[in-house]
Design a protein around this ligand. Structure first.
Ligand code: NAD
Length: 301
């Protein structure tokens, strides 16, 4: 498991994987892309280069960027045996730490390394190669894949053993999800009081209530009614379930976290599949029989 990496396989060129794979190609790596959607890999290659096909065949590193750990296990069952001897799997999905540890043990028995390196920053920062990447795994393997990670992200933080990056990622999204919902509730209350929600966002951003949702989501995706941040509601519920799973595994009482997950799951149930996570604001609006709008913000759609 040593030596520089030239040939990279990339499985899962969805909303995040697509721009991340572009960054690897632009950094000079030879990348083979693969996706379950027929024609998607070929479309990517026509526009951005690289090759389409069995991503793992002969690869020295294989990036997985798939919805869930179950998808990763399925993909690796086929891809694992095709990898070059001594290759490293870089699992960048927001997956389950315990599932990733089990996969890493299976791969290690076949001489294949694995690190987890989930990301934060969304599609916008994937496009600019400025993702926050949180890693878990063996130091030597992480050292080896560092040039790849640096092509995709600017803040790379080692969190611990394999699975530690994914635990950190789920907990990040727990904080982010709670911040989003309470911010929307605050806007609903303020709006009924007579405050303009856009003015409220400006005040929050100049005050101690500021958070990622006040900075990057409420005006952009909620007050505009566009609900198109590029991060799915179902994926957020999955991340919150992982955070609670880690909470159970560590016997940590976390009642507020449990309620946060329940609220997001209820929003997903009410709104149905295929929604952007920022559409969860509609759930809070439904509870209040109200809708957020501001005379300052042009509504899209
Ligand atoms: P997505 O649904 O847009 O993309 C997933 C891609 O994987 C799809 O193109 C799908 O066809 C493909 N796929 C699924 N199973 C496959 C398989 N077995 N083999 C090959 N391809 C397969 O999802 P996304 O938004 O890109 O998210 C990917 C991961 O990144 C998730 O774990 C998510 O939680 C995480 N994440 C997403 C964001 C975001 O803003 N979208 C931000 C940070 C982290």
């Amino acid at each position: 498991m040593s030596g520089t990496i030239g040939r990279i396989g990339f499985i899962g060129i969805g909303r995040m994987g697509w721009p991340m794979a572009i960054r690897l190609i632009e950094a000079g790596f030879a990348v083979t892309v693969q996706d379950a959607v027929p024609g998607r890999a070929e479309d990517f290659v026509r526009r951005h280069g690289g090759t389409a096909g069995e991503a793992a065949r002969g690869a020295e590193a294989l990036v997985t960027m798939l919805p869930t750990s179950r998808d990763v296990a399925q993909a690796l069952a086929e891809a694992g045996p095709l990898l070059a001897p001594g290759a490293v799997v870089i699992e960048m999905s927001s997956g389950e730490p315990s599932a990733t540890r089990a996969l890493a043990a299976d791969l290690a028995a076949r001489g294949i390394g694995m690190v987890d390196a989930p990301v934060s920053g969304g599609v916008a920062r994937a496009e600019t190669g400025s993702l926050a990447i949180m890693t878990g795994g063996d130091a030597a393997a992480l050292e080896r894949v560092d040039p790849l990670l640096r092509a995709m992200g600017t803040t790379i933080t080692r969190c611990g053993e394999i699975g530690a990056g994914q635990a950190m990622k789920a907990l990040n999204n727990l904080v982010s999800a709670a911040g989003f919902l309470v911010s929307v509730e605050a806007l609903l209350i303020g709006s009924r009081f007579g405050l303009d929600p856009a003015v409220m966002v400006d005040v929050l951003n100049a005050s101690t209530g500021m958070n990622n949702s006040t900075q990057r989501k409420l005006k952009q995706f909620v007050l505009s009614r566009s609900f198109d941040s590029g991060f799915g509601l179902d994926l957020m519920v999955k991340d919150l379930s992982i955070a609670l799973q880690v909470g159970r595994e560590t016997a940590t009482p976390a009642p507020l976290s449990a309620q946060t997950r329940e609220l997001w799951a209820a929003a997903a149930g009410l709104l149905g599949s295929g929604q952007d996570h920022t559409a969860a604001a509609r759930f809070s609006e439904a509870l209040a029989s109200d809708e957020l709008h501001s005379p300052q913000i042009n509504r899209k759609g």
